[in-house]
Every structure is written in C-alpha cells, then in structure tokens.
Design a protein around this ligand. Sequence first.
Ligand code: MG
Length: 261
Amino acid sequence: MKKIKIALALAAFTLSSASFAQHYSSEPPKVSPMPMKPEMTEIWEPEVAVVTPGKNLGDAPSDAIVLFDGSNFNQWESAKDPSIAVPWDIIDGDYMQVKPNSGNIQTKMKFGDCQLHIEFSAPDDAKGVSQGRGNSGIFFQNRYELQVLDSYHNRTYRNGQAGAIYKDHAPLVNPIKGPLEWNKYDIVYTAPRFKENGQIDYPARITVFMNGVLVQNNATINGLTLYIGLHNYPEAHGEDVISLQDHGNTTQFRNIWIRPL
Ligand code: MG
C-alpha cells in the first residue's frame, strides 16, 4: 500500500513538473500548421473614403455640413418660435452675434455622434465678471452644454469656465484668447446610448480642443448640464438639434461646420 502511495505521489510530481515546464519554457508555443503571410492581415475593401481637407486649418472639409459661413441663417431657427426669423444678428457677412434676451437659436437638422468645429469670440467690450462675461454655450442634442465664456482673466467656478462641460467637467487647462480674438473649438461628441427600458446604458462622451489645445479628453458627461442640482440622465432620447445659448451677452460665433459620425 505504501509503495502504491509513493508511486502515485511521484506520478503527480512528474505531471505537475511537465505542466510547469510547458507554461514557463522559453520555447515558442506550437503554431498552427498554416504559415502566416503579410497579406493575411491586410484589409483592402471597401476603400476608405477620400475627404479633401479645408485649405486652412479650421476650414470645412469636403464632407462637412456647413452650418454657418457668415452669409445666412438658413441652417438655424429660433428656439422660442421656429416660425419667426432668427433674431440674432449677422455682422459684416462674417459672424453671428447673440441678440440678448431674444432666446437661444438651434439647428434645423438633428444630430447625434458628430465632429463639430465652431469659432467664438467674447463681446468686443469686455465687461461683467464671472458667469456674466461673454456667456453662451453649445448644447449637444439640445441638452448637454459645452460652456462658452470669456475666461480671459475672468475667474469663475472651474467647472463653469470656457471649455467646461457645464458644472460637470472642468477643462484640463485654459487656452482662451483675449476678448478681441477668435477662439476655435474642435469637438468629437459621442451621444449617450439608452437601454430598451429607457435607462441610460452608456453615457455621452466628449473630446474638445480649444485653440488646438486639449481641454476635454474623452470625458464622460454625467447627464443634463443643469444650473441647479445634480446631473442625471433624462429618459431615452434620439438625435436632436444643437442649440446656441442666449445668456444675455453679445457673444459671437463664426465658421461652424459639422460631420455626423
Ligand atoms: Mg453658458
């Protein structure tokens, strides 16, 4: 009996040693009999679509929808009353300017995932402090605000300054230019996904460059960017308009284009 036990123990030791050797041997693992060739990992079809970039950085590429080029408000409507003309001003055939207390404006088209380019400038006369200076905003799906503010030498709460997802995410840095200069936002927005029961499945995400500097790095948006209260997701919704905020300041916008993704 004792001999059998010793034999069994020896067999177990031999097996475990073999298994150990197999796992930690420096020998290469056994490969499939079919040898790999370079072309086996090359994908050719369908060919990647050709897009012609704009002449200058910030110009619309060939596949973009131009939302505003300074000539008209054809892609926009009043959020208060879509039946009236857009109440904001177009100046010098170049930029639009918020008409205080006339209400937000919004795109006629609806969007979800997208790449958006938009340029903004503070009012020409820098006045007001904190949230009262050059305040506006870009609302994705009419709900989630990327803040627009004159944050040049103008302290406010860090999650409410230019480049912030309003009261949700402070920007990584503050690369704002002076109030007489134009700023550029280049944004990649991923819409939230909802479950069949209407609850949030994957929250929205956003990456933002301000003047070529990263200010939001694939940040999670935690819900409606409310002024008061914690941010939660509303019931499921689909694509929606992009709106620009009238916050009572004569903030300016120009060169707006979008690429639905
Ligand atoms: Mg705002």
